[in-house]
Design a binder for this molecule. Structure first.
Ligand code: NAD
Length: 379
């Protein structure tokens, strides 16, 4: 298959996640970086793009110019990757979708529900593909747990407990900090810091594994480090359609924790448990039986999960592979669509724009609940 051309907005020198995206895309070699606007500083963007091997005439000073110019080229990019801070996701995604260019965007998708809805509507109207990089759902173990829930191995879900503690904001940080200070700035981050940044991963992980739809939330967002306007700790009670209940905790002040996303799902016939820091394994406890440890790369994994396993069991896979497992189905689906073939549900095995929208609804409803004194709010 000929490599599909893509462009990137954001991910400039020193940026965190853009570099991870580029490396993850290279794992399967299905797409190639051909254009970019890597920073708002034109000189920085050009110098950095040249280092990445992007041709000079395809290094742009702003994303609008990039969207228009690339749409006009016969060899123009087929998809754009948006890895800028949250405030600009909506405008950037809209600029590329409006030119008929497919999009991959990092989470949280946008600030407002209306903005995400608009992006979803444009995709539907124009038949464009859109992936939101909820990274952790790319792991084969997560896909296997999703299959087990779908196959009824847990029966009806009764309760979900999920948490994402970190400690990187446990101390005050200022604008000179090496930690991107924009996350605590409402003008860039949006209405939430901690819940928007990592609580959104919890929401999407639970939705992916269980298929449960949230009916209402009751949330408390705390700013526990003095002087902060946005939250650094969030507790959320959840009720799902069908009656199951959930409890989510995300925190950036939890000393001793790095990226400790963990999910536990309890059904009538058994329970599941998975932790992001040991992504190749999960635990399944069937009713009245001892706990089983399942391992990526072994026979028990179903083909739809195992196909994303790249090396034999016992050779750890991680963040780059999880990202690659979002890009692989996205680029293959795009290639199929470009050939005029119809896409099936299994082709679309990546987090969709609708999932991005659900994430933004979750954040907005939790903030509304918290501001109203932690009352239940319908979703
Ligand atoms: N999926 C994940 O696990 C994950 C992890 C980290 C960050 N993220 C998300 O990725 C996004 C970026 O986060 P980050 O940590 O890489 O931020 P960062 O501050 O490290 O990098 C942002 C980059 O975007 C550039 N930029 C900003 N505005 C721009 C514009 N208008 N045009 C071109 N470039 C522009 C900056 O110069 C910088 O290079 C955020 O939305 C964040 O929530 C997701």
């Amino acid at each position: 298959m000929e490599k599909i051309a893509y462009g990137m907005i954001g991910g400039g020198p020193g940026a965190f996640i853009g570099d991870v995206h580029r490396k993850a895309i290279r794992i399967d070699g299905l797409a190639q970086l051909k254009a970019g606007c890597f920073s708002r500083d034109a000189a920085k963007s050009k110098a950095f793009g040249a280092e990445l091997g992007v041709a000079e005439d395809r290094l742009y000073t702003d994303y609008q110019q990039m969207a228009k110019a690339e749409a006009k080229r016969s060899d123009g990019i087929k998809f754009a990757v948006c890895v800028t801070p949250n405030a600009s996701h909506y405008e950037i995604c809209k600029a590329f979708l409006s030119e008929g260019i497919h999009v991959v965007c990092d989470k949280p998708l946008t600030w407002t529900i209306e903005q995400s809805q608009e992006l979803a509507d444009i995709c539907k109207k124009k038949g464009l593909l859109f992936a939101v990089t909820y990274t952790y759902t790319g792991y084969p173990a997560v896909k296997q747990m999703r299959k087990m829930v779908k196959d009824g191995m847990l029966g009806n879900i009764r309760f979900v407990n999920a948490e994402y503690p970190q400690d990187w904001l446990a101390n005050p940080v200022d604008e000179h900090s090496s930690i991107a200070p924009w996350r605590m700035d409402p003008k860039v981050s949006g209405i939430s810091n901690c819940l928007g940044d990592i609580g959104s991963h919890i929401e999407n992980m639970v939705a992916t594994v269980t298929g449960l739809k949230i009916k209402r939330v009751c949330a408390r967002l705390d700013s526990l480090v003095e002087g902060r306007t946005l939250d650094d700790n969030a507790s959320v009670m959840v009720e799902y359609e069908g009656g199951a209940k959930g409890l989510y905790w995300s925190s950036q002040i939890a000393f001793g924790y790095d990226n400790a996303l963990r999910i536990r799902v309890f059904g009538e016939k058994g329970g599941l448990e998975w932790a992001q820091e040991d992504p190749d394994h999960f635990y399944f406890t069937p009713k009245d039986s001892p706990k089983q440890k399942w391992s990526r790369g072994r026979d028990q994994f179903a083909p739809e999960a195992q196909q994303y396993s790249r090396v034999p069991s016992g050779h750890p896979e991680g963040l780059f592979e999880a990202f690659a497992n979002i890009y692989k189905p996205f680029v293959l689906a795009l290639a199929k669509q470009m050939k005029g073939e119809k896409l099936s549900a299994s082709d679309l095995d990546f987090p969709s724009v609708e999932m991005g929208l659900e994430g933004v609804i979750f954040i907005n409803k939790c903030v509304q609940s918290s501001k109203s004194g932690s009352v239940w709010v319908n979703v």
